[in-house]
Design a protein around this ligand. Structure first.
Ligand SMILES: NC(=O)c1ccc[n+]([C@@H]2O[C@H](COP(=O)([O-])OP(=O)(O)OC[C@H]3O[C@@H](n4cnc5c(N)ncnc54)[C@H](OP(=O)(O)O)[C@@H]3O)[C@@H](O)[C@H]2O)c1
Length: 381
């Protein structure tokens, strides 16, 4: 019997997947191969609650060496006790009550980890505070009757009227203009958020970067940013501005430190299902939490991220091989060092928020992203 005639092109086609596997450039070892999880020395700035606390538990289960940092000493002790209950030996936990705004506090944390373990491998900058009201609400201008907390969009009106057109076209008189006290409230909230979210972040970078570089085989910094740092967030005016400033600081430091071997990574999550939104810049409660108020029942909840998903995303990203990898992983491109890049420095969670940032560059930003952002926080779409 004669074998059927096979066109040579078919052989080439069949060989392509094999060639793709054989010729594809190999990735370097994962970070967990370079630093064993049980050897990893981790500093968690902001670990008395929320994501920092959840990360501490994850590291405790892996047997890492951890430094717990935040202002509330008693909460840190509770986190330590829970880490011990999870099986982490007590001598692998350092509790360091500190305020991220205070340079000498940060140097105290740095000295503690250097003296105990000779340095650190991973720095997490998690500390942050929310601001959950619109700018005009902070200024004491609340034109809107309860229960629908809708702040009208100010329109241009003749200067002599000194008034705004409110919902339904109604005029609001000059008594609705912010007073000096209102503006002082805006300044106080902006300063409080900036001091922690932005100044705290740059202080942490400056305090830890050099020691991180010299003491770790694979140094890494994770900064817990927010979608609000990249997409305009109504009722988060001050918060999103300060998170944006911090993200730019971390990204700029990354560009400045190119070649030093540090992996910089910022996670930009959406709303996480924890207590953050119920807080103010000054206290553990009193925040204008849209979920608690039931402003958008069934919609906001759908968007809430489980805290474990956030922890998993952070640890997965940090475990990636840190070595630059060819942008086109096939010869001859893979042989050119100038065509290699390290793992991504920013990551949105869920990923659809990345698409929203791209939409925001087009008219779809105005037509789709912004009305939905207003809707999410109970403002008029
Ligand atoms: N939860 C969300 O929906 C969400 C979404 C996106 C991004 N994020 C970001 O995630 C980060 C962590 O927030 P979270 O959700 O885990 O809420 P959280 O439970 O309020 O955690 C904030 C942590 O920061 C610490 N902290 C605040 N001010 C500090 C200061 N001056 N010095 C030292 N530590 C300080 C707090 O501890 P002490 O009060 O004891 O100091 C606490 O441990 C924040 O940066 C936030 O912007 C949160």
């Amino acid at each position: 019997m004669q074998a059927p005639d096979v066109h040579p092109a078919l052989y080439v086609l069949l060989a392509l997947p094999i060639l793709a596997v054989v010729l594809r450039a190999r990735r370097g070892p994962s970070r967990e191969k370079i630093i064993k999880p049980t050897d990893e020395r981790v500093v968690l700035l902001g670990s008395s609650s929320g994501v920092g606390k959840d990360l501490a538990f994850a590291y405790a289960k892996r047997g890492a060496k951890i430094v717990l940092v935040a202002r509330r000493a008693s909460s840190l002790e509770e986190v330590k006790a829970q880490c011990v209950a999870l099986g982490l030996k007590e001598d692998r936990i350092i509790v360091c009550p500190a305020d991220i705004r205070n340079p000498s506090d940060l140097l105290g944390v740095r000295d503690a980890v250097v003296n105990a373990w000779g340095g650190l491998d991973t720095l997490h900058i998690l500390a942050g505070v929310p601001s959950t009201r619109t700018l005009l609400q902070i200024a004491g201008v609340d034109l809107v009757p309860e229960p629908r907390p809708i702040v009208p969009r100010p329109r241009l009106v003749p200067a002599e009227d000194l008034a705004w057109v409110g919902p339904g076209g109604a005029y609001h008189s000059a008594t609705h203009l912010p007073t000096a006290r209102g503006l002082e409230a805006v300044a106080a909230e902006a300063r409080a958020c900036s001091e922690i979210n932005f100044v705290g972040t740059v202080l942490a970078l400056a305090a830890f970067l050099p020691v991180l570089c010299v003491s770790s085989a694979s140094p890494a910094i994770h900064h817990l940013s927010s979608v609000a740092a990249a997409i305009a967030a109504p009722s988060r005016c001050i918060y999103s501005a300060t998170k944006s400033a911090a993200l730019m600081a971390v990204e700029s430091a990354r560009v400045e430190c190119e070649g030093a071997g540090v992996r910089f990574f910022s996670l930009l999550p959406g709303t996480i299902d924890n207590e953050f939104r119920t807080k103010t810049p000054w206290s553990q409660n009193g925040g204008n939490c849209e979920v608690e108020k039931g402003v958008k029942a069934g919609w906001t909840e759908k968007l809430l991220l489980p805290p474990q998903a956030v922890v998993d995303a952070i640890l997965t990203q940090l475990a990636l091989p840190p070595a630059p990898y060819p942008v086109i992983p096939y010869p001859p491109f893979s042989w050119v060092p100038a065509l290699r890049a390290p793992p991504k420095s920013t990551f949105f969670l869920p990923y659809m928020y990345k698409l929203a940032t791209l939409m925001a560059l087009t008219p779809l930003g105005y037509l789709y992203v912004e009305p939905n952002a207003r809707k999410k926080y109970g403002l008029r779409p």
